[in-house]
Design a binder for this molecule. Structure first.
Ligand SMILES: [Zn+2]
Length: 116
């Protein structure tokens, strides 16, 4: 692909003009390429997280009630409280949680004990 042609291109990341040797060059430097790639990966992660949140919000409460082990988000939904309130309950020992890797899980029976 490399040839003697010189083409004015605009870097996709820093938006600066640069001379490219191919018509498909997208970045003025390897650094910009890397930075843009990292930014895209980050965006992707945020998007995945948002999708998960939406999934939990849209999850019917009957689905959650059918489960015995709940995630933090699901527990919040069942109790209709915010994450902050739920963390307060777990931090002061009112609510027991189990850690499985990075996930914090709550038994539904422990939730029920709270309101009994
Ligand atoms: Zn650049």
């Amino acid at each position: 692909m490399s040839s003697n042609i010189k083409i004015m291109r605009v870097c996709l990341f820093c938006k600066k003009e640069f001379i490219a040797r191919t018509t498909v060059t997208k970045y003025c430097s390897h650094k910009c390429n890397q930075k843009h790639y990292k930014a895209r990966v980050k965006e992707g992660k945020i998007e995945t997280s948002n999708k998960q949140t939406i999934k939990v919000i849209e999850q019917p409460i009957s689905d959650i009630q059918a489960k015995d082990i709940l995630t933090i988000s699901e527990a919040c939904k069942i109790l209709s409280i915010s994450r902050t309130s739920l963390w307060r309950l777990t931090n002061n020992g009112t609510l027991k949680t189990a850690k499985l890797g990075k996930r914090v899980l709550i038994r539904k029976c422990d939730l029920e004990k709270l309101v009994l």
